[in-house]
Design a protein around this ligand. Structure first.
Ligand code: F6P
Length: 319
């Protein structure tokens, strides 16, 4: 591994910059040169790459978005697009690539790897729906931003005895809605993985109203069939079946913006450096992934200070 390139692709995620920084510095520390690719796969096709030095990635760990830029690039799905990318990489003597992105981006990286180029993926998407890893970069921040919105909505909901339906992002995955809904004490959580009908949501809101609650919160995942539109339609047709007045807030891209949480910065740093380690070991066509220890009953330590199981490790797992 003498020269590697790094790119961020697909929807941006808070923590991508921390991953770019970790990849760059881990590679430089191993004596490799690093090139930053502009705007994801589009930059590979357009040969838009610049050398990255340690200072170039200084002061970015705390910033959201991605300093490299990101894009969705349908041309890369075509063999002609990938040939152009491979030609540009070869012309610069680049022998390894780190792709920081979600499912679509890693489908691209897997294809490139099948065509013989050394690629390692770093799972990065707020959706947290990437195969083979428990956590992807950006998901923790998105959960926390959604939670902050829920907490804020609850205060105004209480003042007016209202219910709020909050829709958060996640494409086809309900992770953000589920985690923020649990942490925010939501009355109802609507997920694509566990569908609920608008009438059932209304029933639960009514029950909360009858219990004397001054507010009620419904957290809706973007991909749920019972979306805000369906819920509001039901409300318009049978207002009395809810009790509360109902308002809707769609968080949209707000949950993807802003500074990454500490957890995302740390995850990105670990996964980024593990990706470089993996390339250096000659492995390719894999993710840098995190598998956490599951919650399970544990015996208490026999003596004070006795060590528990070791910390979960970042490892590279074939996917
Ligand atoms: O995959 C990340 C994500 O933010 C999804 O949660 C959302 O459905 C989608 O991207 C939005 O895509 P775009 O930024 O292209 O509108």
């Amino acid at each position: 591994m003498k020269r590697i390139a790094v790119l961020t692709s697909g929807g941006d995620a808070p923590g991508m910059n921390a991953a770019v920084r970790a990849v760059t510095r881990a590679a430089l520390a191993r004596g490799a040169e690093v090139f930053g690719v502009r705007n994801g796969y589009a930059g590979l096709l357009a040969d838009a790459m610049e050398p990255l030095r340690a200072r170039d990635v200084g002061g970015i760990v705390q910033h959201g978005g991605t300093v490299l830029g990101s894009a969705r690039c349908p041309e890369f799905a075509e063999p002609s697009g990938r040939s152009a990318a491979l030609r540009n990489l070869a012309a610069r003597g680049i022998d390894g690539l780190v792709v920081i992105g979600g499912n679509g981006s890693q489908t691209g990286s897997a294809t490139l790897a099948r065509e013989g180029f050394a690629v390692v993926g770093v799972p990065s998407t707020i959706d947290n729906d990437v195969y083979g890893t428990d956590s992807s970069i950006g998901a923790d921040t998105a959960v926390n931003i959604t939670l902050e919105a829920i907490d804020r909505l609850r205060t105004t909901a209480s003042s007016h005895s209202r219910a709020f339906a909050v829709e958060t992002m996640g494409r086809d995955c309900g992770y953000i809605a589920l985690m923020a809904g649990i942490a925010g004490g939501a009355e109802v959580i609507a997920l694509p993985e566990s569908e609920i009908a608008p009438a059932e949501v209304a029933k639960r809101l009514r029950a909360a109203y009858q219990r004397g609650k001054t507010h009620a919160l419904v957290v809706i995942a973007e991909g749920a069939r019972c979306g805000v539109k369906e819920l509001m339609q039901h409300y318009a047709e049978s207002r009395d079946s809810i009790g509360f007045e109902l308002r809707v807030t769609r968080l949209g891209h707000v949950v993807r913006g802003g500074a990454p949480t500490a957890a995302d910065r740390i995850l990105a740093t670990r996964l980024g450096s593990a990706a470089v380690e993996t390339l250096a070991q000659g492995a390719t066509a894999c993710w840098s992934a995190r598998r956490a220890t599951r919650s399970s009953p544990r015996r208490l330590p026999r003596s004070p200070g006795a060590r528990d199981r070791p910390m979960p490790r970042c490892s590279s797992s074939l996917a």
